[in-house]
Design a protein. Structure first.
Length: 87
């Protein structure tokens, strides 16, 4: 009685893959990389801008409370007209 091989693959088909893994040089570990967009940098500056805005608001409140705040009706009217003309 003659026993033939059933397939053409050797007994351990994963041997070649295993050998390839062992022969490859060890790669250096990847390092993390962080990139911050310009928009994110602008948003980080927001607290500084917010503080300036708070200071302006405090000044306006102080002027209104003391009665020294002046309304420039002509300037407001010009801005309203420009706004609606450009729309």
């Amino acid at each position: 009685m003659k026993i033939n091989r059933m397939s053409t693959q050797p007994i351990n088909p994963y041997l070649k893959t295993y050998e390839k893994q062992n022969t490859q040089p060890a790669k250096s570990p990847k390092q993390d990389k962080l990139e911050i967009s310009e928009k994110a940098k602008e948003l980080q500056k927001a607290p500084e801008v917010n503080m300036e805005r708070q200071e302006k608001l405090a000044e306006l409140k102080r002027k209104i409370d003391s009665g020294t705040y002046e309304i420039h009706a002509k300037g407001i009217a010009e801005k309203l007209v420009n706004f609606y003309k450009n729309k």
